[in-house]
Ligand binder design. Structure first.
Ligand code: ADP
Ligand code: ASP
Ligand code: MG
Length: 407
């Protein structure tokens, strides 16, 4: 007998029929004798609808009240799903994040899980009940409700799997696994039978929303046996693990796109020590996260530095820099959010120097201009015009996956 944690995303619980379908998937495992802990997201577009409601009332509502509001979406799902399971004649109980012992830090809107007191869940499992837990939420040290950031229901599922030493954590969504690129937008995207935690973490951090990056981080840390699969088909999914048996033939595992990005360029900085330190320590003190940084060669005593941030941080970053113009001493600042980051990820690229060049060739052939480049051992990212992003993903994907025939 195993302990299985399952998580169902918003599209899997979007209406009554889908909730009944989820109830069938859960009870099928329960009938085999497994202990079942299930994490649910809010139904369909509920979270977006709640955000819209808040905008109508007060576009600058406090983060605390936003979390109070947004956490209600998941509560609807767990109650409805439990009722569906009750109707099938099984023992079940729904628990909010706080009833399930989920404690977080106090960062409203993007809280991090600090610990889980699993006493209540264990007591319910001992009573032979199926336990349905609300995703995306917890309680901070003030006993206030927090939410974990958009797409944040994956993380409590993995966290519960780790805390309960579950045998398996299954993330059910609307695609039947992790693909070489978003299968909804990229023709020819292929399902991967398995992927390493490291590659999945990069893909998730670089825009592949199929798993929340924090959930992958946690799965790696606690070696959680993780699987991504569809609640709509009976297909085998993708296993996410430390080491994969058959490294795919391609050096690249996937292509990802992130449109939630903005670029700031400081032009005409003095070419002297300490400038980068001043800029980035100032931003860090104001909690602005910086991603790609590019500095030009200093010529004639002057240099430029450009960098990227999340779209939501763009205005604040610009304001901070302008307010400190006398310290940083730049001539002008250029700001745009009409850009996107397109990345390739693959553990196999470390020992294959041609991979980045192949990516650039695909973009050159398609006449797509690169604004910035950033590399690490297992990824290459480029910044392109927002309007070129979808085409860029497609041509890069075509290049690698018809070239090496992986899949
Ligand atoms: P859920 O509501 O179940 O959490 P999400 O919308 O958060 O689902 O994530 C699933 C979506 O992730 C898919 O519908 C797909 O469009 C998108 N996606 C992006 N990149 C990938 C990828 N590489 N593989 C699979 N799905 C991806
Ligand atoms: N309901 C939340 C969202 O839409 C969390 C999740 O679905 O993972 O972002
Ligand atoms: Mg999701």
């Amino acid at each position: 007998m195993s302990l299985i944690v399952q998580k169902f995303g918003g599209s899997s619980v979007a209406d009554a029929d889908k909730i009944r379908n989820v109830a069938r998937i859960i009870t099928e495992q329960y009938r085999k004798g497994h202990s079942m802990v299930v994490v649910l997201s809010a139904q369909g577009d509920t979270t977006d609808d709640l955000i819209e409601k808040a905008q109508e009332i007060n576009p600058r509502g406090s983060k605390r009240e936003m979390d109070m509001l947004l956490s209600t979406g998941e509560q609807i799902s767990i109650a409805l799903c439990s009722m569906a399971i009750e109707a099938m004649g099984y023992q079940v109980i729904s628990l909010t994040g706080w009833q399930a012992g989920m404690r977080t830090d106090s960062g409203y809107g993007a809280a991090r899980i600090k610990n889980i007191n699993t006493e209540r869940i264990r007591a319910e499992l001992d009573k032979n009940r199926i336990v349905i837990v609300a995703g995306f939420q917890g309680l901070n040290k003030y006993d206030d409700i927090t939410t974990l950031g958009r797409g944040g229901s994956d993380t409590p599922a993995v966290a519960l799997a780790a805390a309960l030493h579950a045998d398996l954590c299954q993330i059910y969504t609307d695609v039947d696994g992790v693909y070489t690129a978003d299968p909804r937008f990229v023709t020819g995207a292929r399902k991967l039978s398995e992927i390493t935690y490291d590659e999945m973490l990069e893909l998730a951090s670089l825009g592949a929303q199929v798993l929340h990056n924090r959930s992958v981080e946690m799965a790696k840390r606690y070696n959680v046996n993780l699987e991504v699969l569809s609640s709509f088909t009976n297909q085998p999914g993708t296993k996410v693990k430390e080491v994969v048996k058959n490294m795919e033939k391609s050096h690249v595992s996937g292509v990802a796109k992130d449109k939630d990005i903005a670029r700031l360029a400081l032009v005409g900085l003095a070419h002297e020590p300490g400038i980068a330190f001043k800029i980035f320590s100032l931003l860090a003190r104001n909690k602005v996260n910086v991603d790609i940084i590019l500095q030009s060669i200093g010529r004639e005593g002057s240099k430029d530095i450009s960098f990227t941030v999340k779209k939501a941080d763009m205005e604040q970053a610009q304001k901070i820099l302008e307010e400190n113009r006398d310290i940083i001493n730049f001539q002008s600042i250029e700001v745009t959010d009409k850009i996107a980051k397109v990345s390739i990820v693959g553990a196999g690229m470390i020992n294959n120097p041609g991979v980045a060049a192949t990516m650039f060739e695909a973009l050159f052939d398609a006449g797509i201009n690169i604004n910035m480049i950033s590399t690490s051992e297992i990824k290459v990212s480029v910044l392109v015009d927002e309007n070129d992003a979808d085409r860029a993903v497609q041509v890069i994907h075509d290049k690698f996956f018809s070239l090496y025939g992986a899949g």
